[in-house]
Design a binder for this molecule. Structure first.
Ligand SMILES: Nc1ncnc2c1ncn2[C@@H]1O[C@H](COP(=O)(O)OP(=O)(O)O)[C@@H](O)[C@H]1O
Ligand SMILES: [Mg+2]
Length: 338
């Protein structure tokens, strides 16, 4: 368990004190994948760096697995850090060392014997999918492969916590998805909590269980990813969700739809949680032998179900149809009643 209690971090700057983290309270449970999202400068990196003592809170307390991080002496902190792995946007690999030796490095520092080290490194290389690349140097690897080395290195001492600061921000979308999948596998296999910082909502949506939204050093919203997405409260969260859905249908687009389908009903169906779109619509089409034309859809999938909306045209709407949607937990908004 990680607990942050009234954590404040101020930096002294030429313009006076700057509050980077402003009274943050958080609890992250073992085995959780916890996302922190915010725009650049929100205080995310400063926050995560207090988890492993790279920064000390000005006031407040950071407790990781029962240890008050700021109170540990240098020796104990070094030991503690072995159990808190960290990966970075720009990988921070040792460029003169091979893949194998990069991953072995934290084990050398921890004083693990050569035999044990070799065995552990080989196991990690298999786990992150780098078999065959042991002797390569970082400069010979793709971005995704470099991050796999970063992940393997972070896991070398079997950490209970893995901190990821914009770990996929330098990667293309496909590679991002592969790395996110690897993180999910690690979370399931090793059970380590993963704290993931990002400015990209889709990263949160794809793998996080919970999310905190940061703005100006504060957490403005927090909770299960699904509920935060479904019902964003703060304006910054609403913006992230909206950008993610690329909800670009303007009123003008709806006017076009109405022109294109001059008769019948036009409905906006809102999906949440287990009510994924396709099975429900096809089931209803079969059951009532009705036509439902899907005009546009924007359904996203989170780790705990799908949500989003879909615009459909129903030539001959009936009351049963509406009831049926609602029974499946689909919210129906009528753009035009038939
Ligand atoms: N070492 C530092 N000294 C002074 N100001 C800092 C330092 N580190 C971060 N800041 C400031 O704190 C704020 C939050 O930064 P940061 O935690 O890096 O945000 P994020 O990771 O969300 O982009 C920014 O205004 C940044 O300029
Ligand atoms: Mg940052």
């Amino acid at each position: 368990m990680i607990t942050l209690q009234s954590v404040v971090k101020q930096f002294a700057t030429k313009k006076g004190p700057l509050t980077a983290v402003d009274d943050v309270n958080l609890q992250i449970h073992d085995g959780e994948i916890y996302g922190v999202i915010g725009f650049s400068g929100a205080g995310k990196s400063t926050l995560i760096r207090m988890f492993n003592g790279l920064e000390k809170p000005t006031t407040g307390d950071v407790v990781v697995g029962g240890d008050h991080i700021a109170q540990l002496g240098m020796k104990d902190l070094r030991k503690k850090r072995q159990k808190i792995g960290m990966i970075f946007q720009h990988f921070n690999l040792l460029w003169s060392r091979t893949v194998f030796d990069n991953i072995a490095f934290p084990l050398e520092i921890a004083g693990v014997s050569k035999t044990e080290r070799d065995q552990k490194v080989n196991e990690l290389i298999r786990m992150v999918g780098l078999t065959g690349r042991e002797k390569a140097f970082p400069s010979q690897l793709s971005g995704g492969q470099k991050q796999r080395v970063g992940i393997a290195r972070a896991l070398a001492n079997d950490p209970t916590v893995l901190l990821c600061d914009e770990a996929t921000s330098a990667l293309d979308p496909q590679t991002t998805d592969e790395i996110l999948e690897l993180l999910v596998t690690i979370n399931k296999k090793i059970g380590s909590a993963i704290i993931l910082i990002t400015h990209e909502m889709h990263v949160i949506r794809k793998i996080c269980h919970k999310v905190a939204v940061m703005e100006n050093g504060r957490i403005v919203e927090e909770g299960p990813v699904f509920s935060v997405f479904q019902n964003p409260q703060s304006s910054v969260t609403q913006r992230f969700v909206k950008d993610d859905l690329k909800d670009s249908e303007s009123e003008a687009a709806m006017d076009d739809i109405k022109l294109a389908y001059p008769t019948g009903a036009i409905l906006r169906l809102k999906f949440a949680g287990s009510s994924t779109e396709q099975p429900i619509i096809s089931r209803i089409i079969r059951k009532y032998d009705v036509d439902i034309n899907v005009i546009s859809g924007n359904v996203s999938h989170t780790s705990s179900g799908a949500f989003g909306h879909m615009i459909v045209h129903v030539p001959e709407p009936t009351k049963e149809l509406f009831n049926e949607f609602e029974q499946h937990g689909v919210i129906v908004e009528v753009e035009r009643r038939g």
